[in-house]
Design a protein around this ligand. Structure first.
Ligand SMILES: NC(=O)c1ccc[n+]([C@@H]2O[C@H](COP(=O)([O-])OP(=O)(O)OC[C@H]3O[C@@H](n4cnc5c(N)ncnc54)[C@H](OP(=O)(O)O)[C@@H]3O)[C@@H](O)[C@H]2O)c1
Length: 264
């Protein structure tokens, strides 16, 4: 399918690994001029170079932390006028006992998972409105909709993000600027491997990937029988970045192998 975005300027904020990188690849494959950002330089530069040589498009790496004002300003100067903006940010790790969650932990979660994406959107929305076209996609989490007591540092802030985008998307759709969110379930990514110790602490189990995988397969049954890989969500993200999605506004697409049981 031709996504009709060849030549458009796209940012994948958080594009060096996991679902961000997979989305960046689908956008590059469709022929965008791509900017990818992340905090860690080495992996970011390698990803930019690999994506560029694989798809034959220009990919500019930007070292920038989306959760800080300084990082966001770096992103804004490096890419002043994107047509497409996809954002993902890693929230703080899984918590243990909910009674041990402190005000500072809440502030960290809100600063990264809520204020970070909101501030990036607040900067770029007027620019997209002026061009009468834009696409914004947040890669958030299914725990925004499906609360999990061990994921308080991710779900509640993303529920607020989803609330924000539900309102704002309806204000800006008439300018051809659409915001939608993807709410991923359990995915095997670099990021989830990095959380092995935090999961183990939260669940009080041994800190190795086998124990964590076993815990998830016992306590979080996924109807497909497997956890997703990043490419299981990236095509949907790319579709939401395309003119083909012009009638999809303010939606939250859960991609979780059927784990979250709800009608809508
Ligand atoms: N994997 C899962 O099972 C799962 C489940 C539910 C929800 N999610 C959500 O889905 C999103 C993607 O997860 P993933 O597993 O694909 O993560 P990942 O493998 O860690 O990839 C995240 C990407 O974003 C970058 N990034 C993270 N924080 C950033 C920040 N503050 N500023 C700029 N770049 C940042 C990372 O690079 P640097 O680290 O170098 O910055 C990396 O390129 C996250 O928001 C996560 O909460 C994941």
């Amino acid at each position: 399918m031709d996504l009709k975005i060849s030549g458009k300027v796209a940012i994948m904020a958080g594009g060096s690994a996991g679902m961000g990188r997979a989305t960046a690849e689908r956008l590059a494959e469709a022929g965008v001029k791509l900017y990818i950002s992340a905090r860690r330089e080495k992996r970011l530069v390698r990803a930019a170079s690999e994506i560029s040589s694989k798809y034959g498009v220009k990919v500019t790496p930007i070292i920038a932390d989306s959760s800080t004002e300084e990082g966001r300003n770096t992103l804004f100067s490096a890419c002043p006028s994107p047509d497409i903006l996809a954002i993902t940010i890693k929230p703080p790790p899984p918590n243990g006992n909910f009674l041990d969650v402190t005000p500072q932990m809440w502030r960290d979660s809100i600063e990264t998972a809520l204020i970070g994406p909101i501030e990036i959107m607040r900067h770029y929305i007027p620019i997209m409105k002026n061009k009468n076209w834009g696409r914004i996609v947040n890669i958030a989490t299914f725990s925004a909709k499906n609360p999990m007591v061990w994921r308080l540092m991710s779900g509640p802030a993303r529920s607020a993000l989803v609330n924000f985008t539900a309102s704002v998307s309806r204000e800006i759709a008439r300018y051809g600027v659409n915001i939608n969110n993807i709410l991923p379930g359990m995915f095997a990514t670099e990021g989830s491997s990095e959380n092995t110790e935090a999961y183990a602490r939260a669940f009080n189990i041994k800190a190795d990937e086998d124990s964590v995988t076993k815990h998830f397969s016992t306590h979080n049954t996924i109807p497909t029988g497997f956890a997703g890989i990043a490419d299981d969500m990236a095509p949907m993200a790319a579709l939401l970045c395309s003119p083909l999605s012009r009638y999809i506004v303010g939606q939250n697409i859960v991609i979780d192998g059927g784990q979250h049981r709800s009608l809508f």
